[in-house]
Design a protein around this ligand. Structure first.
Ligand code: SF4
Ligand code: SF4
Length: 311
């Protein structure tokens, strides 16, 4: 899968030379930017960007979502004065806000919690549009090398280990929506819909069974059975446009242990009914999210519509 394999070359600069020189000539502090000797020390203040990527999805991202979805699954980030602000009592440390900010204004601290760069940016002197005008080559990000990204994913997964359905459902919705898959989540406890979530598509809508890490650490047999239920009910009730062969997803904290009964059941279901059950774990979701955010690798329903087994 090409969207899982995109990597930054360790020496690849995320800051084009031209921009670098220009900023260095002009004097970094004018722009609230510190550029150090390596990529890691580049910092940019919250620019109060009009889109508020850390808080809100764009209209395009939400085009099929009938239930309003905040980026933050726990609504722990808000905007106050001239900057975004994080409420650490509610932050679960999923990292979405930091990954979505295109300016690298949110970094991860030593505990892998997001932190808004505090750089005394002079909002009165330089507005967001001044900044954009002066820095039209800006593609700076605060998460850099592949090696760091592996460590980052490991730590973000660790942050999620105690989370329950009420935070994991919206998190999955936010992650998939950020990746580019228009996703609608169902409210926890809403029994009218069998499925926890749906990736909506004009032809190939995909039902999703979500398992939180506190329900089960690994995607298990029950998750696969429920994914099968979801598909049968979607087809028989005709709730969304889908096809028989379109996959039904089970998303969970970790994949099953290697080559387990779960993989076998998925193959058995396919042999008996030609129904595809796909699995995605959270590590893979983060890899897709990072590739989408930092390498602009887009994912569409076509990429996963006949997924069977692990992504
Ligand atoms: S943190 Fe980033 S995305 Fe959020 S308002 Fe500031 S600049 Fe925009
Ligand atoms: S890390 Fe996740 S939970 Fe914390 S503020 Fe950002 S989006 Fe919200």
């Amino acid at each position: 899968m090409k969207f899982l394999k995109q990597k930054l070359h360790p020496k690849e600069s995320l800051l084009p030379k031209k921009f670098n020189n220009k900023i260095l000539r002009k004097g970094l502090s004018d722009y609230g930017i510190n550029i150090g000797i390596d990529n890691r020390s580049r910092k940019i203040a919250c620019l109060a960007c009009p889109e508020k990527f850390c808080l809100d999805f764009s209209e395009n991202e939400l085009k099929y979502n009938h239930i309003f979805l905040n980026v933050c699954p726990t609504k722990a980030i808000s905007f106050s004065g001239n900057t975004s602000v994080i409420d650490y009592d509610n932050c679960m440390g999923c990292g979405l806000c930091a990954i979505r900010c295109p300016y690298g204004a949110i970094k991860f601290n030593d505990d892998y919690l997001p932190e808004i760069n505090d750089l005394n940016y002079d909002y009165k002197k330089y507005s967001y549009s001044d900044f954009k005008k002066e820095t039209k080559y800006l593609v700076v990000r605060n998460i850099i090398h592949d090696q760091d990204r592996k460590k980052l994913v490991k730590n973000l997964l660790h942050n999620l280990r105690d989370q329950k359905q009420n935070t994991i459902y919206p998190l999955v919705g936010s992650m998939l929506t950020s990746i580019g898959l228009a996703t609608r989540i169902t409210r926890v406890g809403d029994t009218n819909e069998r499925t926890d979530s749906v990736i909506i598509d004009e032809r190939n809508s995909i039902p999703i069974e979500i398992k939180s890490p506190t329900e089960t650490e690994h995607i298990d047999i029950k998750s696969v059975r429920q994914a099968l239920d979801n598909k049968i009910i979607m087809l028989s009730r005709n709730t969304h446009n889908t096809q028989f062969k379109t996959t039904s997803l089970s998303i969970g904290y970790r994949y099953p242990a290697s080559r387990s009964d779960v993989d076998e059941l998925i193959e058995n279901i396919y042999e008996a009914y030609s129904i595809n059950i796909g699995m995605i774990d959270f590590e893979t979701l983060y890899v897709m999210l990072l590739n989408n955010s930092f390498k602009n690798v887009k994912i569409t329903v076509n990429d996963i519509q006949e997924l069977r087994g692990r992504l």
